[in-house]
Design a protein around this ligand. Structure first.
Ligand SMILES: [Zn+2]
Length: 105
């Protein structure tokens, strides 16, 4: 078995496990009941982990990379219609004047 994922992250371990199972990979959760209960271990040893068979490791990792890329993509920068300020894609209103972002569609 190989560990392909450990929470916390932008994705929950349960979600990752479900996704891999939908792709036909026999993914298992470990540590899901230990979170917050073990004071002496380093925190990252208590995180829920997702494990797969050795033969599924590469496929699982590439699926995860795809999923993270989708989740992390904030969208393109946009220009405020009111003051002309350039704002990063994750903001829905202008940081400078507070104007709402207009849909590009
Ligand atoms: Zn503005």
């Amino acid at each position: 078995m190989k560990k392909v994922y450990a929470a916390p992250d932008s994705l929950s371990a349960g979600h990752v496990r479900n996704l891999l199972q939908q792709a036909g990979i026999d993914a298992r959760l470990r540590n899901q009941y230990l979170t917050g209960g073990v004071g002496d271990l380093p925190v990252n040893e208590c995180w829920p982990e997702v494990w797969v068979d050795d033969s599924d490791e590469l496929r699982a990792l590439s699926l995860l990379a795809e999923l993270k890329a989708q989740t992390a993509r904030p969208g393109p920068d946009w220009v405020c219609p009111q003051c002309g300020e350039v704002n990063e894609g994750q903001f829905s209103e202008c940081w400078r004047c507070g104007a709402q972002r207009k849909s590009l569609e």
